[in-house]
Ligand binder design. Structure first.
Ligand code: ASP
Length: 581
């Protein structure tokens, strides 16, 4: 027998028991005639003690053990003289009578400690060692819990988990496909699913009614912004539902996860239209942990000979509470911030409402105090506040002000990781215009249903057509999105036409789905949550890599197994593939 207990289990209640433990040597210290070893496994750490006086040979053997040796010990549980009440096993230790080395270990490349000396690259190369660190393991435990509670909740609401294939045909989620050559069909390729979208819709046609799957998806996109080429979704679909049914069901899931995993009660999730999100926050994923809403100023600032404002499509600002005392240097930093190429503003106008009641702006030449008072009123600013204003092209200016708002949120400490502010964003546009291709693209995906009352606009004003599409946003991050689907062949064909597909192309790529719609397709809709992102937010982490056991680096590479890699010539020959090099 390798163990009677785990290393996280024994307490003062187990005194005098004879036990056997197995695990890794985390640390050892020699103190006079004694040797103490911290024995680690997944469950915790238990202190072992060896004594020269009691058993010289055993103690000398213990002194030779290196870090990360795998050992098995038998001994008696005794009370510690100096207790460590911070750990569950901290009141006891094991007086060892028998020691067996199960496996030796080379010197590990970094310390297996919460605070390790290993850099990122090294830890990724030896990820299996990194996963031994309890901070990393805890993230995986949390991930397991979220998955488990997801399954509990959805199963209890009659959802069934159905696996869909991985070798499929392109699914249009807006990224590039990963493709897999078919040996049996030379010159032909499978695509890996960007999501199981078409399959889950087909399952609705099959009458499955409530489907979910915790599923891997693959998207070949640039990996900036904390993305992974393969990631996990909680993918769901329901039949005979309207948007309201979906929002309620998945708000339920969301609340259940918060309660069961984090012990937090989430009150009902507020809702905002896409149009309002853009108007008041300049983003389709507003961080509503703090207010600082946009206020548009066109009506009160124009016509005073300040060319920047007069020429601008939009003049819009935010009011930062209590920041009137920002120094010159701080204002210069903010100006530099908005002028960064990624943000792209040409400058920042500010207006201080000082504690003494005076109002001073960076454009005093054009606006006297009476004019500035109008600004203060528009923002409902109070003494001590500062107003920050950007101007220019409407879309760009909103985007830039969104960045500035988030930056101010950070500076003012308003974005606490332990505060959770979810939000539904509703009524997304159906289509968005892509400058590069000069065409309309589906904002969500081509199966999303337009709002019935907007269908007529498809011909005349495609950009104004709203979709029955929704996103769930948490703390400024999109964590899920979905839509009510088209379930009728004619409407689906019309949609493909508007997306620039020829009849033949639409038939070739999605004929199977349109055919299915002719055999009794129920009204249906669904949603998918980004599982990795949800876990990382639950864990208070900044990157999804930390909740993935074996993640890829920024170039999509797994440095541990060294993949991607070249393949042998005969494999290429078999696949009838020639590579250029
Ligand atoms: N397939 C969609 C996605 O991956 C989600 C959905 O519409 O259900 O974003």
């Amino acid at each position: 027998m390798h163990r009677t207990h785990t290393c996280g289990e024994l307490t003062i209640n187990d005194l005098t028991k004879e036990v056997t433990l197995s695990g890794w040597v985390a640390k050892s210290r020699d103190l006079g005639g004694m040797t103490f070893i911290d024995l680690r496994d997944r469950y915790g750490i238990t202190q072992l003690v060896f004594n020269m006086e009691d058993n010289e040979q055993l103690c000398s053997e213990a002194r030779k053990l290196g870090r990360e040796f795998v050992i098995k010990v038998t001994g008696t549980v005794i009370e510690r003289s100096s207790k460590n009440l911070k750990m569950p096993t901290g009141e006891i230790e094991i007086k060892v009578s028998k020691l067996e080395i199960l496996n030796a270990a080379k010197t590990v490349p970094f310390m297996i400690e919460d605070e390790t000396d290993g850099g990122d690259d090294l830890r990724m190369k030896y990820r299996y060692l990194d996963l031994r660190r309890s901070v990393v393991r805890k993230n995986m435990e949390l991930r397991h819990k979220v998955a488990h509670e997801t399954r509990n909740f959805l199963s209890s609401h009659k959802f069934i988990e159905v696996e869909t294939p991985v070798l499929i045909k392109s699914t249009p989620e807006g990224a590039r496909d990963f493709v897999v050559p078919s040996r049996m069909n030379p010159g032909e390729f499978y695509a890996l699913p960007q999501s199981p979208q078409t399959f889950k819709q087909l399952l609705m046609v099959s009458g499955f009614d409530r489907y979910f799957q915790i599923v891997k998806c693959f998207r070949d996109e640039d990996l900036r912004a904390d993305r992974q080429p393969e990631f996990t979704q909680i993918d769901c679909e329901m039949s005979f539902v309207e948007q309201e049914d979906i929002l309620n069901m998945f708000e339920g899931l969301f609340k259940h996860l918060f309660k069961s995993v984090k012990g937090i009660d989430i009150p009902s999730v507020p809702r905002m239209t896409y149009a309002d999100a853009m108007k008041y926050y300049g983003s389709d994923k507003p961080d509503i942990r703090f207010e600082m809403k946009f206020v548009e100023l066109n009506d009160i600032v124009k016509g005073k000979d300040f060319k920047v404002f007069d020429d601008a499509e939009l003049v819009v600002g935010i009011c930062a509470k209590g920041c009137a005392s920002y120094t010159r240097k701080q204002m210069d930093e903010l100006t530099d911030f908005v002028k960064r190429p990624q943000i792209g503003a040409t400058g920042l106008v500010y207006c201080r409402y000082n504690e003494d009641g005076t109002i001073k702006s960076s454009v005093d030449k054009f606006y006297n105090e009476e004019e500035l008072q109008k600004w203060v009123n528009a923002f409902e600013a109070e003494k001590g506040d500062i107003i920050l204003i950007l101007a220019g092209n409407a879309n760009k200016t909103r985007k830039a002000l969104n960045e500035l708002r988030l930056e101010m949120g950070n500076r003012m400490g308003l974005r606490d990781k332990n505060t959770f502010a979810p939000l539904w964003v509703l009524d997304f546009p159906l289509l968005e215009f892509d400058e590069e291709s000069g065409r309309w693209h589906a904002m969500h995906h081509p199966f999303t249903s337009p709002k019935p009352e907007d269908i007529a606009l498809l011909e005349t004003n495609p950009g104004a057509v709203r979709a029955n599409a929704y996103d769930m946003v948490l703390n400024g991050t999109e964590i899920g999105g979905g839509s009510i689907r088209i379930h009728n062949k004619e409407l689906q064909a019309l949609m493909f036409k508007h997306l620039g597909f020829s009849k033949e192309d639409a038939q070739k790529q999605f004929g199977f789905l349109m055919d299915a719609f002719e055999f009794g397709a129920p009204p249906h809709g669904g949603i998918a949550f980004g599982f990795d992102r949800l876990c990382s937010l639950f864990a208070g982490l900044d990157t999804i890599r930390d909740v993935i056991a074996f993640p890829k680096n920024n170039s999509g590479r797994d440095v541990m197994i060294d993949s991607p890699s070249t393949i042998a010539q005969d494999q290429l020959d078999e696949l009838k593939i020639a590579t250029k090099n």
